[in-house]
Design a protein around this ligand. Structure first.
Ligand SMILES: Nc1ncnc2c1ncn2[C@@H]1O[C@H](COP(=O)(O)OS(=O)(=O)O)[C@@H](OP(=O)(O)O)[C@H]1O
Ligand SMILES: [Mg+2]
Ligand SMILES: [Mg+2]
Ligand SMILES: [Mg+2]
Length: 384
């Protein structure tokens, strides 16, 4: 394999696995939304954040595919979920739902050019696949980084969420893949509040808008390109790489015209601080509030210009919430740093250790510099 083919096999498998995960999530989300709560299959974690059948099922599926392809002894995976809640005595129904979702998903593997396991997998194999994703990453070697469902709250609300898979080698993100099953045709439909206020429900969308939503974005470090594939529907097979189209960040340099996105939940970011930054910069558009790493996707493909997240002090950002998105934005021509202008450090284990205050992602260096300046000014003012 030549230099340009580096990680070609890893990327191909990762993209296929994420397509499968998107299909799994779509099935589970449909059931959840139509059941109005999903028959108790939404659980709360210790920090009160939700976790669902989809989170565990995607983690198991991706873990199984990577192990099958590269050999489980060669695969190190850092991922969000563990089996604690699933293994509790009262979780039988939940566990059965996970086993069913994983087997249904794996049965579709040939459609994605991957192998189906011989026979259905049992509970213990699936629990084992989930628990195997217990690596803590670090500065050396290869580590896959997986957020099986990012924005689980958005997922449960029937809104935006993402499946995020990245590969880190010697502390650097070398591959990023983001599945965004509800990514809309029109960028206006990304906004959570837009949906709230103007009651754009799936039913009110035209058929083509509903049918054509969803994509997988991916990039490889140093390639200087990022790509987007539509999700596959019906019995079509995944074409590779012909159906992909190249994506590029917005060329906007004027803050007055820029759209900024941020988390939906006030608990996850300081929305008043970012409103101050936006005002300092002369931003005129309302912030677009979107669940999950779909925010990174929106910057990468030019649907928004800026993403800011300033979590409360003491909160440590996890690598799986950012790795894939950062890689895709950078290869699509954008810039991602902390509030001090330094690159994010994926080499120090589960967390983005040393992160200066918050995250600032932007479509280009000139606009990014202006934001960092505005953050600096607003920070000084807010701590006076
Ligand atoms: N307190 C707090 N502060 C900051 N960040 C937190 C916090 N709690 C959770 N998280 C992480 O945020 C992930 C979801 O981020 P979002 O940008 O999608 O947030 S939001 O739902 O739009 O508000 C979410 O990822 P998932 O758990 O994969 O959904 C969390 O990792
Ligand atoms: Mg997450
Ligand atoms: Mg998650
Ligand atoms: Mg979570």
């Amino acid at each position: 394999m030549g230099k340009d083919d580096k990680y070609a096999e890893e990327l191909e498998v990762a993209v296929r696995a994420v397509h499968m995960a998107c299909s799994l999530c779509q099935r589970v989300q449909q059931k959840l939304v139509s059941d109005n709560g999903g028959g108790g299959h939404v659980k709360s974690k210790d920090d009160d954040s939700p976790v669902t059948v989809a989170d565990w099922s995607v983690q198991a599926t991706v873990s199984l595919i990577l192990s099958e392809t590269f050999g489980s002894e060669n695969v190190s995976i850092v991922a969000e979920e563990d089996v604690q809640t699933l293994s509790k005595a009262d979780s039988e129904g939940l566990l059965a739902a996970v086993v069913k979702a994983v087997n249904e998903c794996l049965a579709e593997a040939p459609k994605y050019g991957l192998r189906t396991p011989d026979g259905a997998l049992g509970t213990s194999q699936i629990l084992e696949a989930i628990s195997r994703c217990n690596s803590s990453g670090g500065p050396t070697g290869r580590h896959w980084v997986l957020d099986p469902v990012d924005g689980t709250l958005g997922f449960v609300r029937g809104d935006q969420y993402a499946i995020a898979l990245a590969l880190i080698e010697d502390g650097k993100v070398v591959l990023g893949v983001l599945g965004c099953p509800n990514y809309p045709l029109k960028k206006e439909l990304l906004n959570y509040h837009h949906k709230d206020n103007q009651t754009i429900s799936t039913q009110s969308l035209s058929t083509s808008e509903a049918r054509e939503k969803g994509c997988v974005m991916y990039a490889r470090k140093g390639a200087g390109e990022a790509w987007m594939q539509p999700l596959i529907r019906g019995n079509k097979k995944l074409e590779w790489p012909n159906s992909a189209r190249q994506i590029r960040v917005s060329s906007c340099v004027d803050p007055a015209l820029a759209t900024v996105c941020e988390p939906v939940e006030r608990a996850n970011t300081d929305q008043s601080f970012t409103a101050g930054v936006a005002q300092t910069m002369g931003l005129r558009t309302e912030p677009m509030r979107v669940h999950s790493m779909v925010k990174y996707a929106a910057i990468a493909c030019g649907d928004a210009e800026i993403f800011m997240k300033f979590a409360r002090s003491g909160y440590k950002e996890k690598i799986w919430d950012h790795a894939a998105g950062v890689n895709i934005i950078e290869e699509a021509g954008g810039v991602v740093t902390d509030a001090g202008g330094c690159s994010l450090d994926f080499s120090r284990g589960l967390y983005l250790e040393g992160l200066d205050r918050g995250i600032v992602a932007c479509c280009g260096a000139r606009l990014h510099e202006k934001i960092i300046g505005a953050v600096y000014a607003s920070w000084e003012a807010s701590t006076l």
